[in-house]
Design a protein around this ligand. Structure first.
Ligand code: HEC
Ligand code: HEC
Ligand code: HEC
Ligand code: HEC
Length: 475
């Protein structure tokens, strides 16, 4: 969510540079991380994301399976308010489309047809069916096809279906995919279709500039192909070096070396051909439709759209208040703790107990930011936000992120488990604290421990060795 204000800033900028002759599209799966949601935090966040997307002037967003995690009514409500959902193959029990199946827009004098296709594997919601995408797409192409210069399909279908789509429907010119199994995919031309994808986690914005005339075909992106070939050549070179060292050891190793050398011969020829093609393409540049693409990383340096930043912060506050209400309800988690449920603490003793024996280390630790990491959340009214807690309290980060129920418990941890405590680095230590002479505690703390929290996103300038010297406990 944090990236939204940077995304909005960037989109506004791009629209301005292109005198509003651009389309803003998303192939789906933008709302939820799972296909079933577990708490109101996710609902509030999703509703907020949709409001912000609407104001970012999106032209179309295809419905992905993850978007249906909160049920159909949730999306329909926003559709009524004008959110541009698109899906040609999600229908009701009478086979009528539930969302807009396709739409036509005009940009830079071109009539552009947009069609949305959703993956079959949607959560089971009553009153909703997914029909054959082939049939749904064929129907839409009849409706919009003849009157459009450019056809764009937004899809969350699996790879095989997308491949089939490009084989069966060469009249689709651009295919934008949303497949969670992949990150960003450089654009490439398959048959007559340009296919590409932007990373689904919102860390990048994909920009595709297209020079298009309906009568022409796509240029093959030879330059991109060349990079892939040269990459392979590099890898092969290293494989050959290694194989040469092994070759006298066995017949199989010798055969492997020969196979690598053979592949290199073929590859060198392919590269030569590609070079010729590139030279030719340069001579007849205007015969083909061309495209340029880039992925803009929405990093810390990218400015924020102040209005969106403010809305994101309002949504976070809403989330915090809602969780607070829920957790301070009839049965607080802290009370549960006070009943002495050791097991619920999952083998953790809490920093207070460690400190009672390791006084010097505890004194040092208290002077680091880790000791007050929970207070940092509270200062921003985020002490109940489940998106923040895993890295600002003492618990195993990795298994938390997989388990929504455990995440909820993080919001009710007792004070000695708040902040980045001893056990965040030394591992859970209930057994050691009860039996210090029998059970050793992990003394060495490796980089992987830190990187669970000091991620690229949250701690972009993190460097292990210098950071370690700031937080290593004294002897
Ligand atoms: C009852 C006292 C006591 C408590 C409570 C306690 N420890 Fe220890 N800890 C010890 C003793 C004793 C040693 C062994 C010291 C030695 O051999 O130098 C030790 C050793 C360690 C070591 C060093 C291990 C090594 O290989 O040198 C670490 C790290 C450590 N404890 C962390 C913790 C953490 C984290 C907690 C809280 C979960 C904790 N301790 C709770 C008494 C305690
Ligand atoms: C459980 C999550 C977590 C782990 C594990 C973790 N950190 Fe941190 N770290 C944080 C948070 C959160 C902050 C910010 C604390 C604040 O100021 O609120 C922080 C702050 C810091 C700071 C800023 C210094 C300061 O005193 O304010 C340094 C340096 C640092 N961490 C180094 C490390 C190193 C090195 C490791 C591994 C040995 C590590 N951290 C492990 C979450 C973690
Ligand atoms: C993946 C782990 C992680 C998550 C999730 C996380 N943080 Fe942090 N946070 C950190 C780390 C690591 C630091 C220390 C950053 C540094 O100094 O490099 C930090 C620092 C902070 C700081 C103090 C330093 C500063 O930059 O102002 C605040 C405040 C903070 N985080 C708030 C939040 C809020 C609010 C959320 C949830 C919306 C959140 N964090 C989610 C890991 C995390
Ligand atoms: C950010 C990670 C981090 C946190 C949090 C942390 N430690 Fe450490 N601790 C270290 C590192 C790193 C060392 C040094 C390990 C080494 O020497 O290789 C260390 C060393 C120790 C040692 C061994 C000292 C010796 O004799 O060499 C003890 C005991 C210890 N810590 C206890 C604690 C206690 C108790 C707390 C909480 C009050 C705590 N640590 C919090 C990272 C951490």
């Amino acid at each position: 969510m944090g990236g939204l204000s940077k995304k909005s800033y960037t989109i506004k900028n791009i629209l301005k540079q292109r005198a509003d002759q651009a389309l803003v599209l998303d192939a789906g799966n933008l709302l939820f991380k799972n296909t079933a949601i577990s708490d109101s935090q996710e609902l509030i966040t999703a509703a907020g994301i949709m409001e912000i997307y609407k104001d970012m002037a999106y032209d179309a967003v295809a419905v992905g399976p993850y978007d249906l995690a909160a049920g159909l009514a949730f999306l329909q409500e926003t559709q009524i308010k004008g959110f541009p959902w698109l899906s040609a193959n999600i229908v009701d029990e009478q086979n009528n489309p539930i969302f807009l199946p396709s739409k036509k827009v005009e940009r830079a004098g071109l009539k552009i047809g947009l069609v949305g296709l959703s993956d079959r594997e949607i959560p089971t919601t009553s009153g909703i069916k997914v029909i054959d995408w082939e049939k749904a797409l064929a129907e839409q192409l009849v409706i919009i096809g003849n009157t459009c210069d450019l056809i764009v399909v937004l899809t969350s279908l699996p790879d095989q279906d997308n491949a089939e789509l490009m084989r069966l429907f060469p009249q689709v010119h651009i295919l934008l995919t949303a497949n969670r199994a992949h990150g960003k995919i450089m654009p490439r031309v398959v048959n007559n279709t340009l296919v590409t994808q932007t990373n689904s986690q919102g860390k990048y914005l994909g920009v595709l500039d297209v020079d298009w005339q309906a009568s022409r075909a796509w240029e093959k992106n030879v330059a991109q192909e060349m990079l892939t070939l040269q990459d392979r050549l590099g890898v092969l070179g290293r494989q050959i070096l290694r194989a040469e060292r092994m070759s006298n050891r066995s017949v199989a190793a010798e055969a492997q070396l020969q196979a690598f050398r053979q592949e290199r011969e073929t590859l060198l020829q392919t590269i030569k051909d590609a070079e010729t093609k590139m030279a030719e393409a340069e001579l007849q540049e205007n015969v083909f439709n061309s495209f340029k693409s880039s992925f803009i990383a929405l990093k810390t340096e990218v400015p924020d759209d102040p209005q969106v930043a403010e809305r994101v912060s309002n949504i976070k506050e809403q989330v915090n208040n809602s969780n607070k209400q829920m957790l301070t309800g009839s049965r607080t988690l802290t009370q549960e703790n006070q009943n002495g449920e050791k097991e619920r603490l999952g083998g953790f003793a809490g920093s207070a107990r460690c400190s009672s024996c390791h006084v010097a280390q505890a004194e040092f630790w208290s002077s680091t930011g880790h000791a007050v990491a929970f207070q940092s959340l509270v200062q921003q009214s985020q002490g109940f936000n489940l998106d923040c807690l895993p890295c600002h309290v003492t618990h195993g980060v990795k298994d938390m992120l997989k388990d929504a129920k455990k995440m909820v418990k993080l919001a009710g941890l007792p004070p000695e488990m708040r902040g980045v405590g001893c056990e965040s680095c030394h591992g859970s230590g209930e057994n050691h604290a009860s039996n210090p002479n029998l059970v050793n505690q992990e003394r060495k703390v490796g980089e992987s421990v830190c990187l669970q929290c000091h991620t690229e996103e949250r701690s972009p300038s993190f460097s292990f060795l210098s950071a370690l010297s700031q937080v290593s406990c004294p002897k």
